[in-house]
Design a protein around this ligand. Structure first.
Ligand SMILES: [Zn+2]
Length: 196
């Protein structure tokens, strides 16, 4: 039975080594920001820079590993029905909505949602790095380096499944940024599956 993350919110939970996390886009074109911390030492955290470096690619999919800042594998992508995710951009935040969207009363975004959800494990806002943005579709012009955020390629019911390679604390959101979900804020579903 899938858990539901309501629109523009986030959750945190523990994921044991060997368990699988299935992230589902129930309605299509929604993004889920994913963070991972070592359950035993939250100073060890998911690292975009190391993961992209070791994969020699900015696009990760089935079989690719999400590394920590200590170069250990935290999660591996076990199954991927979408095949396009982002690992370049930081979680959306009140500051981002101000700077890019010009909003004067901005939502706290995935950043604020993650900070609140992860606080019980001792994670501070300053400990939040670039998230693995499940289903986020960031197009990159290879020559100019220009980025463009397009609607996700995920369709209703599509999922991506990760397997934990260490005991983890996970942060997961239903993204609050209009650009990343075609300006229709939607929920995200997830399931924790044992073994396999
Ligand atoms: Zn977001």
């Amino acid at each position: 039975m899938a858990e539901v993350i309501p629109p523009r919110s986030g959750v945190a939970f523990e994921l044991r080594r060997g368990q699988r996390l299935r992230v589902v886009d129930p309605e299509g074109e929604q993004v889920a920001d994913l963070l991972a911390y070592n359950r035993e030492d939250i100073g060890e955290v998911i690292s975009s820079g190391r993961s992209l470096d070791y994969a020699s690619s900015i696009f990760l999919s089935t079989g690719d590993a999400l590394y920590s800042n200590r170069s250990r594998v935290m999660l591996r992508i076990a199954e991927d029905e979408v095949g396009r995710h982002d690992f370049l951009l930081t979680p959306c935040s009140a500051e981002m909505f101000r700077i890019i969207y010009g909003e004067t009363q901005p939502h706290r975004g995935c950043f604020g949602n993650l900070a609140e959800a992860l606080a019980p494990w001792g994670v501070r806002a300053d400990d939040i790095p670039t998230a693995f943005n499940v289903f986020m579709n960031v197009r990159v012009d290879g020559d100019s380096g220009k980025l463009r955020v397009d609607p996700p390629l995920s369709r209703a019911g599509d999922s991506t499944t990760f397997v934990a390679e260490m005991d983890l604390v996970i942060g997961l959101t239903a993204c609050s940024a209009g650009q990343s979900n075609n300006f229709r804020y939607k929920p995200i579903h997830y399931e924790i599956l044992d073994g396999g």
